[in-house]
Design a protein around this ligand. Sequence first.
Ligand code: HEC
Length: 102
Amino acid sequence: MKSIITAAVLASALVAAPAMADLDLAKKSGCLACHSVDKKVVGPAWKDVAASGADRARLITTITKGGKGNWTAVTGGVPMPPYSPRVSDANIEILADFILGL
Ligand code: HEC
């Protein structure tokens, strides 16, 4: 019985680990200065971005080149700064997938 519980706890830790790593990447990349997962900060809450139906290509473009106008109703028109090449293309894709999966 105890080993079943241990296995269940381990399995859930393994599932949670990638999301934690991605949030850590967001933190290291400076995103959390303006974003949080479930609250608007300067930029929109990432859960709202995921729920908005925005596609992966658009998120990657916004993170890479910056952008504005998609979230004016939420942000009052503040632009999102460009992150390439400060953040690698591979990490930008990881961040976009993480946000879409929220
Ligand atoms: C200086 C503040 C700021 C920082 C830092 C910032 N953002 Fe943003 N972000 C914004 C604002 C403002 C918007 C809304 C732009 C708009 O209206 O289109 C936004 C929008 C977004 C969107 C939605 C894009 C869309 O097309 O709908 C995503 C995804 C996003 N940010 C991810 C990130 C990631 C990932 C990082 C870190 C690499 C980051 N942001 C760093 C301010 C910021």
